[in-house]
Design a binder for this molecule. Structure first.
Ligand code: S3P
Length: 446
């Protein structure tokens, strides 16, 4: 499968104070899951606020190939007529997930729990990412990896089990994708499956299972972990999904407003599920001025408006056990840390090496390219903050968050910051450039 595209270099220019009210697009994690729940539910699932980014659209196409009718009825408004658990169709084409790790791994769980065979593929970034972490438990449940690229990578062909074996599985890495893949496979299992995680990770799958009527129990496990018990073969009931605004996308205007002097913005309706709020916790410790107003519940998740004003940040030590709750936010935290007084140490970042790019290396290289003093020590990233020179061009390695993070850096550095390719921003935040422009930020083609 060819995914070549023409790179679109972008430059973030120094901004005067950012001003205005914005709403970022729907949460990527919940959007993928909403479509998958639609597929696994007989009847019609209505979705409001779906993120219409490339990653999620790829999951929508995969759902269609597996037998669902997926229909866009308005902006962010989608309808999925699903086949229900146990009734997926063998796909007639390759399930091509583009850049999307979440979509591909969650769907491997779905396919693994059905007696069908599917080929999974993706772009050059996704083809580099480890899939064994997901395949290992799925093979224990009876699925078979028929073909795979070196090291259990895409493209790969997965033959699912029509009667998946219930398992008790402890995830070896803190990963909501691995946990969710097992739970999705377990949905078509004749018994009860247990997943144990030592560190709690985002719980959207669990919440949505309950929302659709599955028999699921979530209990604390150890100091930071959880034990999830799911009874197989429930009859899922169609239910509406309202997708809240994505805190991982809100992170970009949030950090931008903190580092651009004179800024005062409001980001509306941002999900503040505690398993996603590590960045906000860290920024508050750094001295960020963030006010939370109008806290309410939307679609079963707590959301809040964030009022953010420019702040003098201080370096902090970010503990490793906070990493799962901010795993996608380290690139933009590193940018905030570059402008802070003193040193920030971010601990326990080994998982960053297997994201859309090796984010630890990509962030470090981007910081150095822009004159920021930073080191990697083991799995920690250390950033010495101060005035940021900028002027570098950052290699994005097909990684949307590397692109957006360094464009945000350019809004406050002495010289503009360029990124070699902004194309991937469309995977998670297609409205990033116009939304930032509405706040007064100039992000322009170079
Ligand atoms: C996600 C889980 C995280 C995160 C990704 C979305 C999810 O990945 O990085 O962007 O929706 O389950 P891991 O499960 O690999 O930590």
């Amino acid at each position: 499968m060819s995914h070549s595209h023409n790179p679109a270099p972008l430059i973030g220019h120094r901004a005067a104070g950012l001003k205005g009210r914005v709403r970022v697009p729907g949460d990527k994690s919940i959007s993928h899951r909403a479509l998958i729940f639609g597929l696994l539910t007989r009847g019609t699932t209505e979705i409001e606020g779906l993120l219409e980014g490339e990653d999620v659209l790829a999951t929508g196409r995969a759902c269609t190939l597996l037998g669902a009718k997926v229909e866009r009825v308005g902006t962010g408004a989608w309808r999925v007529a699903g086949t229900g658990i146990g009734s997926l169709l063998p796909p007639k084409g390759v399930l091509d997930f583009g850049n999307a790790g979440t979509g591909s791994r969650l769907m491997m769980g779905v396919v693994a729990g059905h007696g069908i065979t599917a080929t999974f593929d993706g772009d050059a970034s996704l083809r580099k990412r480890p899939m064994r972490r997901v395949l290992d438990p799925l093979v224990k449940m009876g699925a078979e990896v028929v073909e795979q690229a070196e090291g259990g990578r895409l493209p790969l062909k997965l033959a699912g089990a029509s009667d998946p074996i219930p398992v008790s599985y402890e995830t070896p890495v803190a990963s909501a994708q691995v946990k969710s893949a097992v739970l999705f496979a377990a949905l078509n299992s004749p018994g009860t499956t247990t997943v144990i995680e030592k560190e709690a990770t985002r719980d959207h799958t669990e919440k949505m299972l309950a929302h659709f009527g599955a028999d699921i129990k979530v209990e604390p496990h150890g100091q930071h972990g959880r034990k999830i018990t799911l009874k197989g073969r429930p009859e899922l009931h169609p239910n509406k999904v309202i997708v809240p605004a994505d805190p991982s996308s809100a992170a970009f205007p949030l950090v931008a407003a903190l580092i651009v002097p004179g800024s005062d913005i409001v980001i509306e309706g941002v999900m503040d599920n505690p398993l996603r709020t590590g960045l906000v916790t860290t920024l508050l410790e750094m001295g960020a001025n963030i006010e939370f107003t109008n806290r309410r519940t939307e679609g079963g998740e707590s959301v809040t408006d964030l009022r953010v004003t420019a702040s003098d940040l201080r370096g902090v030590d970010v503990p490793a056990d906070r990493a799962p709750s901010m795993i996608d936010e380290f690139p933009v935290l590193a940018v905030a840390a570059s402008f802070a007084k003193g040193t920030t140490r971010m601990r326990g970042l080994s998982e960053l090496r297997v994201k859309e790019s090796d984010r630890l290396a990509a962030v470090h290289a981007g910081l150095i390219a822009n004159g920021v003093d930073a080191q990697i020590e083991g799995d920690d990233l250390i950033v010495h903050g101060g005035a940021v020179r900028g002027g570098g061009e950052v290699a994005t390695h097909l990684d949307h968050r590397i692109a957006m993070s360094f464009l945000v850096m350019g809004l406050a550095s002495q010289s503009p910051v360029g990124v070699d390719d902004g194309t991937m921003i469309a995977t998670s935040f297609p409205t990033f450039v116009p939304l930032m422009a509405a706040l007064g930020a100039e992000i322009l083609p170079s």
